[in-house]
Design a binder for this molecule. Structure first.
Ligand code: DCS
Length: 288
């Protein structure tokens, strides 16, 4: 996937090839930082404020200084998209770390490092239509997964296992209670009720998750933010996962067990369409 040429750093917008990182950098050496992945549809940001709000919540949780206020971050990301003349479906990756300093665990007295770049990111149209396979994996992460931290090793290992088993996502569980996916939130539908894990500290409070909950409430669908088990997942009428890049993605298999006869469910479809509408996703772009 191609990267757009200009990146934004704490020092301004620059060509990506001119960006040099020192090897003594807190993100590189400790994963001491936070990030966001934000959608761009046809050159326009989606859910930008929600992502920046979450960025600040993550920063506060790890006592990281964000070098700009919210308005400046939003304006700079807009400027970055304009400078790159982005017109396609894309995503921005924004990262802030505790800066460049000799390797000591304690906080250095240096400015934070920030960068953001834009990458083309076509919507996964075929998968959105057909649904995807998933596996179950133990959730071995720490207790504070609401922080979008750079430390993604457990997520990476789970996603790699999923890939090796021909699956799109690993659905994580702790003592047989489903938490979320390795890079997504998980929903089930049972008897016309939508269930998802509560927005507790041990899951990421997904921006797409929040939007789907709003859409469900607007369509008078009963929603319960409660913990459910792996058995309830396997017995669900419908399952779907949500994320910035995957939107509302139907799940048609969990650990080799077919869900909804291997077809995306009716309520999943309805929420998918509502999501496309509210995100102002161009139907022409999504079906091309
Ligand atoms: N849970 C985890 C662990 C995630 O990493 C993500 C998104 C989500 C849930 C869904 O959150 P959003 O709805 O806000 O996207 N992960 C991003 C990532 O790392 N790549 O793409 C999305």
């Amino acid at each position: 996937m191609s990267l757009y040429n200009y990146v934004w750093t704490q020092n301004g917008i620059t060509a990506k090839d001119s960006l040099v990182y020192p090897f003594e950098e807190r993100g590189l050496q400790f994963g001491d930082g936070i990030y966001e992945v934000i959608r761009i549809y046809q050159g326009n940001y989606d859910l930008l404020e929600a992502h920046i709000d979450r960025l600040y919540r993550s920063a506060e949780a790890i006592r990281l200084k964000v070098p700009f206020n919210k308005e400046t971050i939003i304006a700079s990301l807009q400027e970055l998209a304009e400078k790159n003349a982005v017109q396609t479906d894309a995503k921005v990756y924004l990262q802030i770390t505790r800066g460049s300093a000799p390797r000591e665990h304690t906080f250095p007295d240096v400015p934070s490092n920030l960068y953001a770049y834009i990458e083309e990111s076509p919507r996964p149209v075929a998968q959105l239509k057909q649904g995807v396979r998933t596996i179950l994996a133990e959730d071995i992460r720490w207790d504070l997964c609401y922080i979008k931290s750079l430390n993604l090793l457990p997520n990476i290992l789970a996603k790699q296992t999923a890939k090796e088993k021909g699956a799109f996502e690993a659905i994580l569980h702790r003592n047989d209670k489903v938490t979320e996916g390795s890079s997504s939130n998980v929903f089930i539908v049972k008897d016309n009720v939508l269930y998802t894990h509560p927005a507790a500290k041990n899951i990421l409070h997904g921006c797409v998750r929040n939007r789907v909950l709003t859409l469900a409430a607007e369509s008078a669908l009963e929603v319960q933010e409660t913990i459910f088990s792996t058995q309830q997942l396997l017995d669900a009428d419908e399952v779907f996962i949500t994320s910035t890049t995957s939107e509302v993605m139907p799940v048609i298999e969990v650990n080799g067990n077919r869900i909804c006869n291997g077809e995306p469910g009716v309520i999943t479809r309805r929420l998918q369409l509502a999501y496309e509408k509210v995100s102002e996703i161009q139907r022409t772009a999504s079906t091309s």
